[in-house]
Design a protein around this ligand. Structure first.
Ligand SMILES: [Zn+2]
Length: 334
């Protein structure tokens, strides 16, 4: 029987059907309302619940009976059922009982898993390394440790484990606001959204460095906001020095934190996922590796090696595949 995989992110809601062999079909990607306009929290949750319920009904009508829904969510999850925070979706507004509401609408069991935990379950299936840290750089920032020799494998038994996005890395009073309501959090600075905001701030100063950049040429004096998708990422991939310097500056606190992690517990790899980092690919890998080399001692960095930073390919749906991998691992479904 089919399992419906869902990956709810700050920008997109992704859905697919996994068959008995784990193969994915009928991929769908819907833009989340927040990025289109200013919807309130209840409208966003209604969009999510309605989209998933319609998708399940459509699969059952056209294909086969759905066994369960496995949903990757961007925040800590308790008891496999309750999402306790989702700042990249609805800030610090209350979150409804998503699993309960979806079960009522679909008549199918619904399981929730943190999206980076889901990614860890998926990556653990095909990466050979024993111990690696997965970090997502997308709307926000999150992380999880995978250890093949540990009974749990994905070390998320404490709901706060991996919530690195809300570490305070800038204590100044005017530090960048985070989606969660705090200030100076890692996710407010080093995420895709944080990088976009930094680009906008620096561009508004209109210094000579910006005026000579590829992004300034793209905007052609218009006052449209800079976006990652249309401006910053394409320019950086073409080697635009201003765009690269913005991304580098935004990533510095993340590199510092990852260096501390490497030095404290040791990992075989740092695996980077998330739409922002995956689109930048080798550019992001080289930049992160360069920043980490500045924080680790020369001896530690030479032992770790910059080639142990892995950025997953653009377009790889790691968290969506992870929702299925989690379900199969947790419920022992082969
Ligand atoms: Zn925060």
């Amino acid at each position: 029987m089919a399992v419906i995989a869902v990956d709810m992110g700050g920008t997109f809601l992704r859905l697919a059907v996994a068959d008995d062999t784990g193969q994915m079909h009928r991929y769908a990607r819907l833009r989340m309302p927040k990025s289109q306009s200013h919807f309130d929290g209840s409208q966003i949750w209604e969009f999510v619940l309605d989209s998933i319920a319609r998708y399940v009904a459509d699969v059952e009508r056209r294909m086969q009976t759905v066994h369960a829904v496995s949903m990757a969510v961007p925040g800590p999850v308790t008891d496999g059922r309750r999402l306790v925070a989702a700042p990249t979706i609805t800030g610090h507004e209350p979150i409804p009982d998503l699993a309960g509401a979806l079960e009522a609408r679909t008549g199918r069991p619904v399981h929730l898993v943190n999206d980076v935990s889901a990614a860890a379950w998926h990556l653990g299936e095909y990466l050979d390394f024993d111990r690696f840290f997965i970090v997502t750089v997308s709307s926000g920032i999150g992380g999880k440790m995978f250890d093949r020799r540990h009974a749990l494998r994905v070390l998320d038994n404490e709901p706060y484990a991996g919530e690195i996005g809300h570490l305070v890395v800038d204590t100044k009073p005017g530090a960048a606001p985070c989606d969660c309501g705090g200030r100076g959090h890692l996710g407010a600075i080093s995420s895709g959204r944080g990088t976009e905001r930094l680009a906008q701030r620096l561009a508004s100063r209109e210094d000579a460095h910006f005026r000579g950049s590829a992004v300034a040429r793209m905007l052609n004096d218009s006052r449209v906001p800079i976006t990652n998708e249309e401006h910053l990422i394409p320019a950086a991939l073409n080697g635009d020095l201003w765009s690269l310097s913005v991304i580098d500056r935004a990533a510095q606190p993340l590199a510092h934190l990852l260096s501390a992690l490497i030095a404290s517990v040791g990992v075989d790899r740092i695996v980077v996922i998330g739409g922002f980092a995956q689109r930048l690919g080798a550019v992001y890998k080289d930049m992160l590796s360069g920043l980490i080399s500045k924080h680790l001692s020369a001896r530690a960095f030479s032992r770790f090696g910059g080639n142990r930073i892995v950025v997953c390919d653009d377009g790889q749906e790691i968290c969506l595949a992870g929702a299925v991998a989690f379900y199969r691992a947790r419920y022992n479904v082969q």
